[in-house]
Design a protein around this ligand. Structure first.
Ligand SMILES: [Fe+2]
Ligand SMILES: [Fe+2]
Length: 342
């Protein structure tokens, strides 16, 4: 084993590391009895000393509130199939909220699962802040119908198979429409910090309205995780919901004509725009399409974005969970020219 330090024994060193971690760490054996907890876990689950050893994680400790429908529990699933699970949001009996990873433990080189390692961190404050922001944002929406539509339009995280052209649904984001709008507004705010609303042709209020209303005419298919579908068959052409959203925006909510036009054509390529589409709207049309695309990627997960503005050229840097997809590209909002940078 690599020599990690010369001050204390390996064993003592490991104990220091485990107990100084801000994350809670719990080890369960295959019969779900607790074998180990670090100091953070003991503090979060309100356990004293070593009294936890041998307690059944669910029946005795009862520290975690498990959704009733979950039979078997995720911990049991991991023990059964040996696959790790990440990012599980749970509430503790103390009321705190945690984000957990559950990882199988196997003897080195072996396949046999001999326990599970649960790590987790407290997200109570973060989750509360997010809820407060959500509430504050919903106040800015024109009425409860718009909020209801956004919160009930799902979006899907999927995996594309280039060989078959089909996608596998990985996750259903139930309030995806709402998340998509919130993420689009966040992206626009980050661009605004770079000065994008100083560009001629970009109007903050029109673009905010466009963002909120652009997908209200969307009707999503009923899909669940694991479904394998041909996206061209199950999802309708985006141009159709764009048309409906524009009708909704114009006739039920009396949005400015410029916002309605961008909404109507937001799934058109530039070369498909009608003659009547004025040049003065093109910079904002282009910017909206960039925001819409980036927000869709952010909402489905795994992407972060950064911006830089030079005159009327916006530089976008995408940071992906899989670094091979990282990239930087530029769009000239006046000419529409795009190019990829290293
Ligand atoms: Fe759309
Ligand atoms: Fe959209």
């Amino acid at each position: 084993m690599m020599k990690t330090n010369t001050l204390v024994s390996q064993e003592a060193f490991l104990e220091y590391v485990l107990d100084s971690m801000g994350e809670m760490l719990i080890v369960l054996d295959t019969s779900l009895h607790v074998a180990y907890m670090n100091d953070t876990a003991k503090r979060m689950l309100r356990v004293r000393g070593d009294t936890y050893v041998g307690l059944h994680f669910f029946k005795d400790l009862r520290a975690l509130i498990v959704p009733r429908l979950n039979r078997p529990t995720i911990v049991e699933e991991v023990l059964q199939d040996g696959r790790p699970r990440h990012g599980i949001h749970r509430k503790l009996a103390t009321g705190r909220e945690v984000l957990l990873n559950v990882v199988p433990l196997c003897e080195r080189g072996g396949e046999q699962v001999c326990g599970v390692l649960i790590t987790g961190h407290d997200i109570t404050d973060l989750a509360r802040m997010e809820r407060e922001l959500d509430l504050a944002f919903s106040l800015t929406l024109p009425n409860s119908k718009v909020e209801h539509k956004l919160k009930n339009t799902p979006e899907f995280a999927d995996k594309f198979d280039p060989a078959t052209g089909r996608i596998t649904i990985l996750k259903v984001i139930e309030d995806g429409g709402y998340r998509h709008v919130v993420n689009a507004l966040r992206i626009f705010a980050a661009m605004r910090a770079q000065g994008v609303t100083h560009v001629i042709g970009i109007d903050k209020d029109v673009l905010v309205q466009t963002i909120i209303f652009h997908d209200l005419g969307k009707s999503q298919p009923n899909l669940k995780p694991g479904d394998v579908v041909d996206p061209r068959e199950v999802f309708e052409d985006g141009k159709l919901h764009a048309y409906r959203s524009a009708e909704i925006a114009a006739n039920f909510y009396h949005l400015p004509a410029d916002a309605v036009e961008i909404i109507r054509y937001h799934h058109h390529g530039e070369h498909q725009l009608p003659e009547s589409f004025p040049w003065r709207l093109r910079p904002m049309f282009r910017l909206f399409q960039v925001i819409d695309g980036l927000s869709a990627a952010v909402t489905r997960g795994g992407v972060d974005v950064d911006f830089e503005l030079h005159d009327c050229t916006l530089r976008v840097t995408e940071v992906n969970a899989r670094p091979q997809y990282n990239g930087t590209w530029e769009i000239d909002l006046f000419t529409g020219a795009r190019h990829k940078l290293e």
